[in-house]
Design a protein around this ligand. Sequence first.
Ligand SMILES: [Zn+2]
Length: 350
Amino acid sequence: MNLKLFNVKEYTLRKGKTFLNILCNLALIIVLVTTMLFVAANNSTASYAAGTCDIVSFSGTYTYDRMLADVQALSATYPDVVRYEFKGQTALGRQILIIKLGNPEAPRQILVHASIHGREYYVTPLVMKMAEYYAAYEKDLLATTCFTIVPMANPDGVAIAQSGAMATTDVNYQFLINSIGNCDIWKSNANGVDINRNFPIGWGLAETKNPTNSYAFYEGITPSSEVETVILEQLLLENNYDCYIAYHMRGNIIYYYAPTCSPEVYSVSRLIADTVHNSTGYQVVVDFEDTEPNGSFADFAQIFCGIPGCTVECGKTLPPDGAGQVSDFYSKNLSSWKNVANLYISKVTY
Ligand SMILES: [Zn+2]
């Protein structure tokens, strides 16, 4: 059996199946999910010690510049498994960092992103530290699984949440940021667009919205109007990812349901969410009353691209409160990447 079958590009309902095809696929799903649940039940839930990893630190404010220094150090220390590149340029001139953790040609490919919402920036050091640990101690896994990591998907938003209008020297943007205000709870990018409302599937349908540029909940003038959105879209469209994990704050909960996604994507997304739950203890939640997509990353990934995955909401409080939370995030989440990869390793024959 080949878990790649779950890729909707190969068998989406939109392509017009026969009834017999649907029955066969349902039988396949039942067999796969039953077997994978057995694997999930046997996942490691052990916490890992930080070991000798000493590059990524949780102390102080984790800025874009710290992230750049850390990825350079990680690549220099672990050149066989840590590679990186930059894509695009934000309104305030920051490039989006893309890390390849593992063998880029590995048969299993997993997309991870964090800090698509500026104020949730504690999850950036979380995924950076997890990358460091895996580079140091999970070489065998990284031979067969590659994690594409976007540790700060919205760097301008993070900078605004961390330092307000000081995030830029551009007086026009300083004026815009100051006129909007709410910098300490800023979710959007520098244009005041909420990236997680700017994707084209269900764009404009969110119930909670702001009609114009705002610290949160403004979907933009058109779908995919923002460079941060386009970069994530391109990654999804140009790479045959097995699944994704998106890191947000807050709630200690896991979402996995994108309304109108295919049954296949739904089933595997639930399995991935349950696997992350086994590692973290975070509650898996689903809101079936949410009947329409709303322009989120998850909607684009699951509904349009047919890539399953889950959204992990770490923690109870937003920055700058509760800085000590990151160590807790780390101990809870560290094993989850391996456990999700093992779902595929156990099932896939290439
Ligand atoms: Zn968020």
